[in-house]
Design a protein around this ligand. Structure first.
Ligand code: TRP
Ligand code: ZN
Ligand code: CA
Length: 452
């Protein structure tokens, strides 16, 4: 499945600056021209360059082809691909050969765990800024009880196929791209920990982000996004929102996969997960379909974790999400930034008095406001605890953003709130309502904005 990168909106009355700044830490300001293919027609419309940067649709058949190979490798090697067993090394050689043929610089990193030799595979895509390294990875080992096709052939194959898509596209990202396949995850995140521990501190600080994909094709799937880093989380949430697929925060064992190794040394992490041994609830079935009262993956760590243990739709969506994240974060294509409606006129706040409002008029949209309407508030005040702040929808419905507090003596309210505004029509006059409920300290609304 594909989502296109929309052209930047240019309707009057809104600015995009704020949303662009929100991702500035991760997104380099790429010039589309710099990454356009050499053969591009110089007179072509600018949308051509944007299209060249659009994330590809990762072919599900290719991802499943890798899973079939992992299954065969397990079958030929005693039924598993576990640390210290020949099926692991054969899996690694399979992935490495694909990457080598696609132009990657590959490195096998060897370590010892439990008396057995383990291996990580690192693949660097030549080019990009060496001081800004975007990493994605997956553990390649299985448990000893089975072939480990969902856990974690799925993540391994999704990352592999994304890496191959980078090569097919001839991508020239602004960031340096590095992909990792970790050994010995199932015996305690050993390979990924070895990798980060042996990465000099100077190199660690160059890793802008690490994205982890462990179990992304569970047969009774949920769509879980890691919430460790808000910006990385947003890249994935936006992707699924574009598909109209609800997501939840991953909670089935924080720290139970390789992202923990990176997070532990201060690297920003994100990732996706479709569920392991935990039971899917009725509410989750409402969102995602599937079977309530049954595990997301009934074959988790079992011999039945075979190619039959995969939900194709989940694997397809998550594979495309991997590519979306690599393209978005790696090439500087601005994520659909949202349309910003702002009022920068100052409004004085009456000391210990009646509420004041500032209005932002939204027009030209269809339907309702989003479930995660972003409300950016900039109020200058000498004692913010005095202030009660609400968002008023066009029909007058109030959403409390902030209560008063006698103990909160800090200055200013400069914050971004998220409001579930999905019950409200998008168009109309939205108001920020501010009331100062205690004497002495005063201030004004400096600006505020809604990001749809
Ligand atoms: N490979 C992990 C494990 O065996 C699977 C897992 C469980 C997981 N919970 C998770 C992966 C949460 C990511 C996030 O434990
Ligand atoms: Zn596992
Ligand atoms: Ca006051």
């Amino acid at each position: 499945m594909r989502i296109s990168v929309p052209s930047l909106p240019g309707r009057p009355g809104r600015t995009l600056a704020g949303a662009a700044i929100a991702l500035a830490g991760l997104l380099a300001a790429a010039s589309p021209a710099a990454t356009a293919p050499a053969t591009a027609n110089a007179n072509a419309p600018t949308t051509t360059a944007a299209a060249a940067l659009a994330p590809p649709d990762i072919p599900l058949a290719n991802v499943k082809g890798h899973l079939t190979q992992f299954q065969s490798i397990a079958a030929a090697n005693g039924g598993n691909r576990a640390h210290g067993r020949p099926g692991y090394r054969a899996s690694l050689d399979y992935v490495k050969a694909k990457l080598d043929a696609a132009g990657y610089t590959t490195t096998i990193q060897q370590f010892t765990s439990g008396g057995a030799t383990g291996y990580n595979l690192i693949a660097d895509w030549p080019g990009g800024d060496p001081d800004q390294v975007l990493m994605a990875g997956a553990h390649l080992d299985s448990v000893t009880t089975g072939a480990g096709i969902n856990d974690n052939g799925s993540g391994s194959a999704a990352v592999l196929e994304t890496a191959l898509a980078v090569s097919r596209a001839g991508l020239q990202p602004t960031k340096h791209l590095r992909f990792g396949w970790w050994g010995a995850e199932e015996v305690g995140l050993v390979g990924s920990r070895y990798y980060v521990n042996n990465l000099p501190a100077a190199d660690r600080s160059k890793v802008s982000a690490y994205l982890n994909f462990d179990m992304v094709g569970s047969p009774n799937p949920g769509y879980f996004v890691y919430d460790d880093d808000v910006q990385l989380e947003k890249v994935f949430k936006d992707y699924f929102a574009g598909l109209g697929v609800a997501t939840e925060i991953e909670t089935e064992g924080d720290g139970r996969s390789d992202h923990a190794s990176f997070k532990n040394v201060g690297i920003r992490v994100g990732g996706l997960f479709t569920g392991a041994g935990r039971t899917k609830t009725a509410a989750q079935v409402q969102k995602w379909g599937g079977t309530a009262g049954q595990a997301f993956d009934r074959c988790y760590h079992s011999s039945c974790d075979t190619t039959a243990n995969i939900n194709d739709t989940a694997l397809d969506r998550n594979s495309d999400a991997v590519a979306h994240a690599i393209w978005t974060l790696g090439t500087g294509v601005v994520v659909p930034p949202g349309d910003v409606y702002e009022n920068t006129a100052d409004v004085a706040i009456t000391d210990n008095g009646a509420a004041v409002t500032s209005t932002v008029t939204v027009s030209g949209r269809t339907g309702n406001a989003p479930p995660a309407l972003s409300v950016g508030v900039d109020i200058r005040h000498t004692f913010r605890g005095d202030l009660v702040v609400d968002l008023l929808a066009p029909d007058g419905t109030a959403y409390r953003l902030k209560n008063s507090s006698t103990s909160d003596s800090a200055d200013n309210v400069i914050a971004t709130y998220t409001v579930n505004a999905s019950a409200e029509a998008a168009n109309g006059a939205w108001k920020l309502r501010v009331q100062d409920i205690a004497a002495q300290d005063t201030g004004y609304i400096n600006s505020w904005k809604l990001t749809f």
